[in-house]
Design a binder for this molecule. Sequence first.
Ligand SMILES: Nc1ncnc2c1ncn2[C@@H]1O[C@H](COP(=O)(O)OP(=O)(O)OP(=O)(O)O)[C@@H](O)[C@H]1O
Ligand SMILES: [Mg+2]
Length: 254
Amino acid sequence: MGLEINKLNKTFYNADDHTTIVALQDVSLRVDNGEFVSIIGPSGCGKTTILRIISGLEIPTAGDLYIHEKQAEPWNHVGFVFQEYALFPWRTVSENIQFGLEMKGLTKSEKKLRSNDYIHRFGLHGFEDTYPNELSGGMRQRVAIARTLVNDPSIILMDEPFGALDSQTRGQMQKFLLDIWRQSNKTILFVTHNIDEAVFLSQKVIGISKRPGSVQLSLNIDLPYPRDVTSDEFNRYRKEIIDFLNKQNIEQNG
Ligand SMILES: Nc1ncnc2c1ncn2[C@@H]1O[C@H](COP(=O)(O)OP(=O)(O)OP(=O)(O)O)[C@@H](O)[C@H]1O
Ligand SMILES: [Mg+2]
């Protein structure tokens, strides 16, 4: 088993006006080892909150989280690629990728060896000493993914990682991510607003209702990779997700 959450609830308390927001209600889901699962749902339904709880950045109000069948200790296993570009602007490409390795206390040459491996695999060769603001959006996202993978997490959480990219770069990054996933056999939980992206990438799509978020759809995508976005089957899955989102009274976004 990769990860499992069981009847997760999250209520936020606002100390200023003493109000509470129930963000998640009884969310249960399971992602098997090596599986690629996407989460889709309206803005504010709690997608980021789910990832933050799994990564240990947020504590649930109720419910259980199991990672590799054990309760908690996510920081040993989980890597997070955030919704916004979260690179350190004052660090070069190499220094960004090496960030997590510094926490592990590796020697300088070990860090360099491992980051160079990712720099080559991710097509960042020649940009080692470049700062993030001089990179294209696609390259920045490759650095962000490399920075997560270099720590070798078994589970990767990705929060709309391609949301800010133009559609052509986005398509390239989706193929790139699929290649990495299929080579590395990592477990990926991927949040997106984009229906085509969810069907193109995932083995399973989980739909979350509007707030308070709960799981309302669990759709296995039974198509071989690489997927043909023009096929009838692809369209059938696309329509199921559109119908689900329409039921949530929102317009498709992205
Ligand atoms: N730290 C916090 N304090 C108070 N409320 C919060 C906090 N974090 C999230 N929320 C609220 O919880 C709900 C879920 O937020 P979350 O960011 O998980 O949504 P989301 O599905 O990721 O949205 P989006 O698609 O816009 O990224 C929202 O109503 C949000 O305002
Ligand atoms: Mg979010």
